[in-house]
Design a protein. Structure first.
Length: 124
């Protein structure tokens, strides 16, 4: 029984990697198609748009899609969303170690630095 669960996870992961590679090639193909359909001065904007769109899609998959695929929930929703886990982690960190975080930041000087002659040093 344990072997079947491991094999299912391995095959799902391999399929995810193959599908992801195909989607990356597809995105590159659309970028070349769009770059060929616009004027030369607009190619940079089109390619930037394609990279931004692919980046947003990757982040959305990380935050939502992974748990829909591998979650232990029901058929509609996964067990939890990475965004909620990330928010809980940040909240827990900020509550437990705020004094350590603030002590590592540089502290502002409240008084001017005095030179040996007694006058404040700085640009003149």
């Amino acid at each position: 029984m344990e072997f079947q669960a491991e094999m299912k996870y391995v095959l799902d992961t391999i399929w995810l990697l193959i599908s992801g590679a195909l989607v990356m090639w597809m995105a590159a193909g659309f970028a070349m198609l769009e770059a060929g359909m616009v004027r030369t001065k607009n190619v940079t904007a089109i390619l930037t748009k394609n990279i931004a769109l692919y980046s947003v899609a990757c982040i959305a998959f990380y935050l939502i899609g992974y748990n829909l695929m591998y979650g232990e929930g029901n058929a509609v929703f996964g067990s939890g969303f990475a965004l909620l886990a990330l928010l809980q982690m940040v909240t827990a960190y900020s509550q437990t170690s705020s004094s350590r975080w603030s002590s590592s930041l540089p502290q502002p000087r409240l008084s001017p630095v005095r030179s040996p002659s007694g006058y404040a040093s700085g640009p003149s």
